[in-house]
Design a protein. Structure first.
Length: 103
């Protein structure tokens, strides 16, 4: 990011394409922007993890059914401290399974 600042601008531009689609995503995006202004090498791994999760969420918000993106945002952005794969209540897990295994 320091050597090629235009790569960060392009990355943030990609994330902005999904802005407004989900309030939880928007909050996480604002948190990332703030973290980018305070980046230190000791927190670089956590920062890159956040960047990856936001890119995944951005793509899901733009190109997948709402029940898929909602599950991802709820599980990975809204409550990231949970175990990987653990979904919070209210997620349409049946629709996700049906989509993955159509009859």
């Amino acid at each position: 990011m320091r050597r090629e600042p235009e790569s960060l601008e392009a990355f943030l531009g990609e994330l902005e394409l999904a802005a407004g689609a989900d309030a939880r995503y928007d909050a996480a995006l604002e948190g990332l922007k703030k973290a980018l202004t305070e980046v230190a090498e000791t927190g670089a791994r956590r920062l890159v993890e956040s960047m990856a999760l936001l890119l995944q969420a951005s793509l899901l918000l733009r190109y997948s059914p709402a029940f898929v993106s909602d599950a991802f945002v709820a599980a990975r952005l809204e409550s990231p401290a949970g175990a990987y794969g653990a979904l919070p209540s209210g997620i349409d897990a049946a629709a996700i399974v049906q989509r993955a295994m159509p009859e």
